[in-house]
Design a protein around this ligand. Structure first.
Ligand SMILES: [Zn+2]
Length: 102
């Protein structure tokens, strides 16, 4: 186990802040020195997982419903606008397969 080393200089050393215009020096009492150090070194305990990060960033960005739907002029089924009708494409592929085998 690692022991913390305290020198008499670091116990009473003033902590300086560099604000935009006013430099402030705060003398931290020795009782708070240990706490002060831990406050300054506050870091996340664990790495945020890929899933957690993606969930946080994708909150409120779910997939939207498809609004652009048309009726296929060939078969009459509902299809997405500007795209080939999957039903008709499957029919054409099947007819090609049967033509090749025959
Ligand atoms: Zn169709």
């Amino acid at each position: 186990m690692a022991m913390r080393l305290f020198s008499p200089m670091s116990r009473l050393a003033p902590v300086a802040f560099a604000l935009p215009s006013i430099p402030i020096a705060i003398t931290v009492p020795p009782l708070l020195a240990d706490l002060w150090e831990s406050v300054l070194r506050a870091v996340p305990k664990k790495k945020t997982s890929h899933m957690k990060k993606r969930h946080r960033q994708m909150a409120g960005k779910a997939l939207k419903d498809v609004q652009s739907l048309n009726k296929c002029p060939g078969c009459g089924q509902i299809k997405r606008a500007h795209l080939l009708c999957p039903h008709c494409v499957r029919e054409i592929k099947d007819s090609w397969k049967t033509a090749q085998t025959a």
